[in-house]
Design a binder for this molecule. Sequence first.
Ligand code: FE2
Length: 572
Amino acid sequence: MTESAAVLMHGGRVVAAAEEERFSRIKHDGGFPYEAVRWTLESQGITLADVDHVAVYWNPYNVVGRGLHIMQTLLCSPKLFSEKLLRATKVWRGTAGEDSGWMSIFRTRHKLEQRFGDRPKSIRFFDHHTCHMASCFYASNFHESAILVMDGAGEAACTTWGRGEGTALRKLDEHLLPHSLGHFYSAVTGYIGFKMLDGEYKLMGLSPYGDPSGAAWIRKNLLRTVGRGKYTLDPLVLDYHRALRGHFAGEFVNYFGSPREPDEIAGFNDQYRDVAASAQRAFEEVVLDMAAELQCRTGLSRLAIAGGCGLNCTVNGKILGSGIFEEIYVPPVPHDAGGALGAAMLLYTEITGRRPEPITQAQFGPEFSNEQIADILSRMTDVFAERVSEHNLIARAAESLARGEVIGWVQGPMEYGPRALGNRSFLADPRSDSIRDVINEKIKKREPFRPFAPSVKAEKASEYFDIRQPSPFMTIIVPVRPEKRDVIPAIVHVDGTARPQTVERSVNPQYWKLLDRFESLTGVPVLLNTSFNIQEPIVCTPEEALATFVRSGVDALALGNYWVTHRPTSHN
Ligand SMILES: [Fe+2]
């Protein structure tokens, strides 16, 4: 399992939420979320004994469907059967110690008691896709909407169609294993040489550079349409579990050629760009088919999306751009870390008969006072730090950015979810195309084809982007207006799109003020915003922010009310 997290809810409101990886510092950590649970309790000054109910976003009792799928494999490919059985055993027992497998979920009560000294009063296990459904529908402000969940797999379901109305969630249809869009996308990610269950966003970023004409072959042989909105995936053509082990064979390789070596540094030739483009196109076709059918079946104008495939911001943008639905909502945590949110919301609704409060911001994580920051800074010898008012901090940051400098911006509570939304961010001026190279050199050291995303004042978003609705969590890719592409070239992808974060003054006033100040200096209410990390999970604490700042080449760091710069070394 991947991306575990903990959410604490009180009175229908999320009061604390964070992913385990931010504490363990292991990217996509799927182990038991001990540290996330510890922090959520500490943040509210309570113990486990004060918690009335515990909800878990997996139901380990509901694994019959997965067993059936494995038995079906025996009928068509004994070799594949043995591999699936091996994989199932690993998933059941866990591959990263006793805390990582499905078996460990049965021991949730014992584990909590052992670690926190209190026995939970009650524990409920919820179906994984029902949790995803809740995490997007209840978190939205839609009274009524269609729901589309797509991921690798829950207990057995890979894609779920649903409908939400008020407090009611209803499943309309399912695609069960092995028909997984997440597995398809991950297997192609591995084929292109990216790390599976990590590099899927790289495949998405690479796809606009290639020729998607191979999509027709994929749709005919691997990912077939078999009815209105229905599809099948053939694991004999490309198998996810074999791909996880680095094995690629069969028709997919015969058609597209040999896979790219994971550590190949020679870059990408047209073959891999074209495979990326073709896979993305085939994926989009299937998802758009489903969206159309779902709209037809429900007759509704809004759609809530969750599951790991909900991080495919390109397809989210295509759904919105298609006009099939007038409005979509994707939570800040569509992936498995959002399962915790969904489970908490489901249980709250079940107990109270009421809907929880919608999620309009993602800042639910740890935050640190200026006094705590001062204490840490007092022990630092390689930085200068000056405490300034918020007004001066914003003014300095905006001026620095307008001069073409890159800065760190670490303010308030850490974001819940994979996106830095202005609380744990590196920021830069999007008006200069060359700033991308500067950032890659100073901090990111990442593939040059990957785009950077913008933050924009919400009220100015439609001037710069072809978007008709808010996009507060950077989950939708949309066209940049043609007349603005030369104004903010650093955040425009090769196909003329971008993944904007629309910033409401009421949601993040400090970050909005920074955008506003930058606009008053430059005429542009947009900043390049990339996550504050260097080959690690996004920083959480001031210590981590300072350590990453010191080893980066960025010019300054706004850390709480402190303006921090590098102390020159004697040889400078
Ligand atoms: Fe999931």
